[in-house]
Design a protein around this ligand. Structure first.
Ligand code: AMP
Ligand code: MG
Length: 476
């Protein structure tokens, strides 16, 4: 059996989803199968790579017992509420229980039109599929909660965007696909019963301990706020910019989801934006914490009827929880910065020392990843000379062994990230020359981000001026 389904979402009330079959494609061809993830999920990698597996991963033939659905959700897009979005090009094939006992969704992205497609074609282009593959697997290897890439296939069909592009389908694995926007979908319809059913579902699936709390829904909100605060801190610690933090792109599980025009920044610039549609900088690097809090406030609004007996009491309770976002974020961010700097015993002045480094990196346009990694060998760029003296002095004030410090720093400062110009290079080779080897090479490198990889120095370098990618484009 390809997939030992164990489905729950499809048992929720009918208005939570639409039953939707994938639309077959002309000539599917496997680009890549994530064998270790398949094994982790309890699936058979050989079977998945077989013709029957390819037929399933391309949507050409439904595996046994599959109950495919596309999910309903709404969302605030760039601050504007859209009451109905939904999976316009994604189909949830089903859920499996992985080897650790966790429930995981398996979804085809780009599998054809659904009742939620509006004007879209329901398809995905090869470039964005390769981008999501590389970025999500790099994030997982960095140790950051994220949806995963199980497989990518080309369809043998053309999709039309600004130009004609090869089509592809991405198989995504997620702890679940419930988003802030899923709650908004029902709240906008005053469907309180559905909001409660969804909250109960999420508690059972992701936050079972909340069920024991005096008010499980308050406990749920508190947990989601905490997970998001920690997630955003982890993004920022590796220089990741999500790019489209709309409420439909924020997962209740706390995983990074929906890799569109996202990127890791090269030189440190807090106001960096990648998405060309984000002219206001709403989703810039430094704006990610306040935007996450804004999104969580939208989530809290949907839960108000469940939080207390009266609205004023519910609002007060929600505000108290939302006020915890910033302290949670700061705790995770500062703890992470301390690890990056090898400061293992907290001391007064540490924050200032870290902030001074970031300020120097901004003013000298220093590469974020490369600068931190260089500190692991206590080298560092010339521009930092005075700062390095103070940092080295600070290191002598604790009794951490150099070996322990080095190990901590190497595990907190990646050498390899999927730099934008490298990702674009790979996509260009695949789309314009049909050459997937550069993709394979980059994937192998960025999934071992913390290791020294002799001979791979090129992949650690920031782009030459001519290689700078100014915008990444939407995953549509
Ligand atoms: P995204 O920007 O990928 O988060 O997508 C926002 C919304 O547009 C979601 O409801 C998607 O399902 C939908 N969407 C994006 N691309 C397409 C497409 N090619 N066809 C149909 N729907 C799409
Ligand atoms: Mg989305």
């Amino acid at each position: 059996m390809l997939f030992p389904w164990n489905n729950t979402y499809v048992r929720l009330p009918q208005r939570f989803f639409a039953r939707t079959n994938p639309v077959p494609v002309a000539e599917p061809c496997l680009i890549h199968l994530n064998e270790s993830l398949a094994t982790e999920l309890g699936l058979d990698p050989d079977l998945l790579a077989s013709p029957a597996g390819l037929a399933a991963l391309s949507g050409n033939k439904l595996p046994e017992n599959t109950e495919p659905i596309s999910l309903a959700y709404a969302g605030h897009q760039f601050g504007h509420f859209v009451p109905q979005l939904g999976d316009g090009r994604a189909i949830l094939l089903g859920e499996v229980i992985d080897r650790s006992g966790n429930r995981r969704d398996i979804q085809l992205k780009g599998a054809g039109r659904t009742p939620w497609s509006r004007g879209g074609d329901g398809r995905a282009a090869l470039g964005p599929v390769l981008r999501e593959y590389l970025l999500s697997e790099a994030m997982a290897a960095l140790g950051i909660p994220t949806t995963r890439a199980l497989a990518a296939v080309t369809t043998g069909e053309t999709v039309f965007r600004e130009t004609r592009l090869p089509g592809a389908i991405f198989t995504r694995v997620a702890a679940s696909h419930v988003r802030v926007g899923t709650f908004q979908f029902f709240a906008a319809r005053q469907d309180h019963e559905a909001v409660r059913a969804l909250a109960d579902y999420v508690i059972a699936r992701h936050y079972p301990a909340c069920a024991e709390a005096p008010n499980p829904y308050l406990a749920l909100l508190e947990m989601v706020i905490r997970r998001q605060a920690e997630l955003i801190a982890q993004w920022m610690l590796v220089g990741f910019i999500h790019g489209v933090m709309n409420t439909d792109n924020m997962a209740i599980s706390g995983e990074t989801i929906d890799y569109g025009p996202c990127a890791f920044m090269d030189h440190y610039n807090p106001s960096q934006v990648y998405s060309y549609i984000d002219s206001q900088g709403r989703y810039s690097y430094a704006n990610q914490p306040p935007i996450a809090r804004w999104n969580l406030t939208r989530l809290a609004e949907t839960l108000l009827p469940l939080l207390a007996d009266t609205e004023p009491a519910a609002i007060e309770a929600a505000q108290a929880l939302l006020a915890q976002f910033q302290p949670h974020f700061e705790a995770a961010w500062y703890a992470g910065l301390a690890r990056k700097l090898g400061l293992l015993q907290k001391q007064p002045g540490d924050l200032e020392l870290a902030q001074e480094l970031l300020d120097l990196m901004t003013s000298h346009r220093l590469d974020f990843t490369g600068t931190f990694r260089s500190l692991c060998t206590e080298s560092g760029p010339a521009e930092l000379e005075a700062w390095l003296v103070r940092w080295c002095h600070r290191l002598t004030t604790e009794d951490t062994s150099p070996a322990e410090r080095q190990a901590t720093m190497r595990a907190a400062n990646p050498a390899f990230i999927p730099r934008n110009h490298l990702v674009e290079e790979v996509i260009d080779a695949a789309v314009n020359s049909g050459d997937l080897q550069p993709f394979e090479d980059l994937l192998a490198i960025v999934t071992r981000p913390y290791e020294s990889q002799p001979g791979r120095e090129r992949y650690t370098l920031p782009p030459e001026p001519s290689q700078v990618v100014r915008n990444t484009f939407c995953g549509t």
